[in-house]
Ligand binder design. Sequence first.
Ligand SMILES: Cc1cc2nc3c(=O)[nH]c(=O)nc-3n(C[C@H](O)[C@H](O)[C@H](O)COP(=O)(O)O)c2cc1C
Length: 372
Amino acid sequence: MNPLQLLRWEHRWRPHLLQLPPLLTIGLYSSLRPLLWKLLSRGDPGATAWTPPEHFHRRCWGIGFRFPLFNAAGMFKYGEGYEYAYAQGAGAYVVGTTTGLPRRGRRYGVVRQPFLPLPRSGAALNALGLPNDGHLATARRIARLPRYPDFPIIASLAPDGELPQDEALRLLLQGLHAYCDAGVDLLELNESCPNIPHDPRWEALLYRLHWVAEHFLARRPRAIPVLVKLGLDLPVERLLQMLELLPELGYDGIVLGNTSTAYEVLLPQIAPSERRAYNAFWQRIGGGVSGRPLRPLRQELLRQARTWLQLHPPQREFHLVAVGGIATPQELAAALSGGAALAQWMTGYFEVLARELLSPYAYMSTALVQDP
Ligand SMILES: Cc1cc2nc3c(=O)[nH]c(=O)nc-3n(C[C@H](O)[C@H](O)[C@H](O)COP(=O)(O)O)c2cc1C
């Protein structure tokens, strides 16, 4: 059985596996997920290969994207799967999130990198804790990759929350330069991971954003766009503040957004048969919710952001990138017509890969055909 067949077989059985005691399901999926993904992303995409036709191409910040959808940060944490993503027709390749120091990820008892899929809800919970090899090692790997036209590489970076602020920012700056030197096309600052310790104060975020603007954006070695990834739990007023501040500071866009920790607010969107496992996960481990339950949050923030940007057009080219709950061609079309220039996906990608027999990107293109 090849890894794709294994994924499809597992996908069929997934709702039944969710009926096991919650900790057993969490343990099972936390070990199965990285293994299966490693096998898949190293393999031949076979029937899931696809080349996006020319009319799907987009240009943002002067950079060509062969398709408006690509993986969200966290899918290829180590710089793996580049050829696989290209062969399937992804519009770009996002590596990371990486941190200054390598991380092995979180542990809950014997469970490493806790993860739980919720198939009936089209959702997942993860508390992986940003496992990665560090900015420098990953940038070295990226520098060796072959390059393809209109298939940009985006590096996602986060500050090391455990370190004193000065040290964390120094390592972040080192990482930004390392990825620039490695030939990366865009940079994404992950300012919204719920799974690592961080200073949650608004002032701390503002300080980091100003610091990066002064030490990197103002003197960037080349015109490389820098995006900020924010969480979908962000209150609208804060988002509007960001929309005003970020272009002024020299940032080029916002990625909207990351996983949510509004567990109880999202509970009604979790299928009744999956609530026991859902509650067990967040009450014991925490983590972030991804997938279908994020759609209303993402779409509403996008709507607010688009309206604000229409009323206050920034002085520089500034784009929104939609992430959260994109799993159908119609959802992709809605995100793109709702204010986003580009989109990313994670939970929906695996769902589509396991269910459809063609490339997940070819499948997602079907609602875009009328509206290239
Ligand atoms: C297993 C897993 C790992 C993730 N790792 C990262 C990460 O390293 N960096 C990051 O910015 N977001 C990470 N995310 C969040 C995703 O990039 C994305 O923002 C979120 O899952 C919402 O998109 P989705 O609904 O399409 O999954 C992760 C999500 C999942 C499910």
